[in-house]
Design a protein around this ligand. Structure first.
Ligand code: ADP
Ligand code: MG
Length: 256
């Protein structure tokens, strides 16, 4: 497969904090699969991997390429502009702003006139702001958040806030969407709703999803390809069926 048709390639990725290897020589390539997952016990290096892909963490060693282009040394906003969006394991929302305002922030790199011009409110900026709000409105509708559009985020239950963060990533219209434990803290009904939402979104958009999720039922139902990390090392990579029956994976989960 040609390098630039790969959605994501990670090679020899290593991150050390003091003496701890958060990632230890991890290599894998995601091809044009729709939904892939990274799993592994707590502290395995999953969030660190996402941080390296999105420019939040500079690796000690190794490379990350997306669509054949190196992401190393790029700033988070530059990487976002290349169509890579993410959610954070710990919510990164503005609690005192409304749902709409939070989600609008995700449209930033699609704004031509920029936020400052928006505040100066020239006619072009006003039209653009209206377009952005309409776009956001559509995604809020898809996410079932439309009735909460003008609510302050801090007044919302945790599971709903997780959805707001997802909506903010979706409005970026990403080609690679990284979801870090999007369903943590959700009940089973909320998890099923979110799974449906992700599946519908993937059906309607040209996007690849890479998600970290602990709920094995969710993962086995959603992911076509799974990378397993344990203590910073990749211990398996394959289809759900392959990974589920892998002795190293069974040991990592049951031996803990
Ligand atoms: P996961 O998301 O799989 O639970 P993380 O990537 O958050 O794991 O963490 C992997 C390891 O790296 C853990 O041992 C964690 O304590 C350590 N680690 C992560 N971020 C930092 C940091 N900024 N400074 C020091 N150690 C860190
Ligand atoms: Mg994590």
């Amino acid at each position: 497969m040609a390098a630039d048709s790969r959605i994501l390639a990670v090679e020899n990725l290593t991150v050390t904090f003091g003496g701890v290897h958060a990632l230890n020589d991890v290599s894998f390539t995601l091809s044009a699969r729709r939904i892939a997952a990274v799993i592994g016990p707590n502290g395995a290096g999953k969030s660190t991997l996402f941080n390296c892909i999105t420019g939040v963490q500079r690796p000690t060693r190794g490379t990350v390429t997306c669509g054949g282009r190196s992401l190393l040394g790029q700033r988070p906003h530059q990487i976002a502009r290349q169509g890579i969006a993410r959610t954070f394991q710990n919510l990164a929302l503005l609690p005192e702003s409304t749902v709409e305002e939070n989600v609008l922030l995700g449209r930033y790199q699609h704004t031509r006139t920029g936020m400052l011009a928006g505040m100066l409110r020239g006619p072009r900026a006003r039209r653009e702001e209206r377009e952005q709000r309409e776009y956001v409105g559509g995604i809020l509708e898809d996410c079932g958040l439309a009735p909460l559009r003008y609510e302050e985020v801090r007044s919302l239950p945790y599971g709903v806030r997780k959805k707001v963060e997802l909506a903010r990533a979706l409005v970026q219209d990403p080609k690679l969407l990284l979801l870090d434990e999007p369903m943590a803290g959700m009940d089973s009904r909320e998890k099923a709703e979110l799974s449906d939402l992700v599946l519908r979104y993937v059906d309607d958009h040209d996007v690849n999803v890479l998600m970290v999720e602990h709920d094995m039922n969710v993962i086995m139902g959603l992911a076509e390809e799974i990378v397993v990390l344990d203590f910073g090392r990749k211990i398996a990579h394959g289809t759900p069926g392959e990974v589920r029956n892998d002795p190293l994976v069974i040991e990592a989960y049951l031996g803990a």
